[in-house]
Ligand binder design. Structure first.
Ligand code: FAD
Length: 265
């Protein structure tokens, strides 16, 4: 797999919701090699403050060489990233990790929670491209969840712009179903040949794993553990496996078949 380390230009910055930002970067080499579910390590500033790169899922990779990341400000690194302006540069390393294994778009159900929605957009886009190159466009099913309408609505609109019908769920009921994405998923009664692709908070992914296991449906999860190097060198992102031992989210994942992981920890 090709990987690149590049200083790239920031070409667009957007405030999507409170504390949620989208950066558009000109990164043609990384875009050409990128697959949904892969991520990039972003080095925030020239002065290397903070020193470590931070991992972000590839939110979109367009044919014009533009790469987008969608992120929430949670600490010093994301705070600095949110202050990046058009014309500035950031250092990118990627694409990294193993992404989603894409099956039949008509049997795909994408479930994103919170910032776990970020990789789902690229995945939905690729599913639609894949289907339209083989015949009529087939839309994957998409379920998105967040705390409230303010956080979720701009992202729902993005997916709708792809032509996708979005089933929304919010914790406070201000948009879509009042409750969890798993309630919505249960009601879909997916056929057994379906595959669920998911990214979000660990309890959400654990619940989705258990639901899929019960219904005998395949499920792939993207695990966003904290990580430092992104290349399997620092051992900071070890995830416990069902069969014993650990694997690295950065180099073995971040996408795993949900049945491979130990969910009880
Ligand atoms: C493969 C991968 C893909 C990711 N994709 C995205 C994305 O698309 N959008 C996005 O907003 N975030 C994403 N993250 C999480 C993102 O990397 C962290 O939010 C970021 O590194 C925080 O950096 P910081 O310096 O702002 O915060 P820090 O100062 O490093 O941490 C602030 C707080 O956030 C917690 N934290 C840091 N990283 C994580 C994490 N991975 N999971 C849970 N809590 C964490 C810390 O424990 C601490 O409490 C991804 C992580 C991984 C491993």
């Amino acid at each position: 797999m090709s990987q690149f380390q590049k200083k790239v230009d920031v070409v667009r910055t957007e405030l999507v919701a409170r504390d949620v930002f989208r950066l558009t970067l000109m990164a043609p080499e990384i875009v050409a090699a990128a697959r949904p579910g892969q991520f990039v390590m972003v080095q925030i500033a020239e002065n290397k403050d903070p020193l470590l790169r931070r991992p972000f899922s590839i939110h979109q990779a367009s044919s014009e060489g533009l790469l987008q990341i969608l992120f929430k400000v949670v600490g010093r690194g994301t705070e600095l990233l949110a202050q990046c302006r058009v014309g500035e540069q950031v250092s990118l390393l990627g694409p990294l990790g193993h992404g989603f294994i894409m099956g039949d778009p008509g049997k795909a159900c994408l479930v994103g929670g919170g910032m776990g929605i970020a990789p789902m957009f690229f995945l939905a886009h690729r599913f639609i491209e894949q289907s339209s190159s083989a015949g009529p466009r087939v839309m994957p099913r998409v379920i998105l969840g967040a705390r409230n309408r303010e956080e979720l609505e701009p992202l729902v609109i993005d997916f709708q712009s792809l032509g996708v019908e979005v089933l929304a769920a919010t914790d406070d009921g201000s948009l879509g179903h009042h409750g969890l994405v798993t309630d919505v998923l249960k009601k879909l009664n997916l056929e057994p040949e379906s595959t669920v692709y998911t990214c979000g908070p660990r309890p959400m992914m654990a619940a989705i794993h258990h639901l899929c296991k019960k219904e005998n449906i395949a499920c792939q999860v993207s695990v966003e553990t904290t990580m430092a190097c992104g290349m399997g060198a620092c051992l900071g992102c070890a995830v416990p496996m069902k069969g014993g031992g650990y694997r690295h989210a950065c180099s073995d994942g971040p996408v795993f078949a949900s049945g491979e992981l130990l969910w009880s920890l």
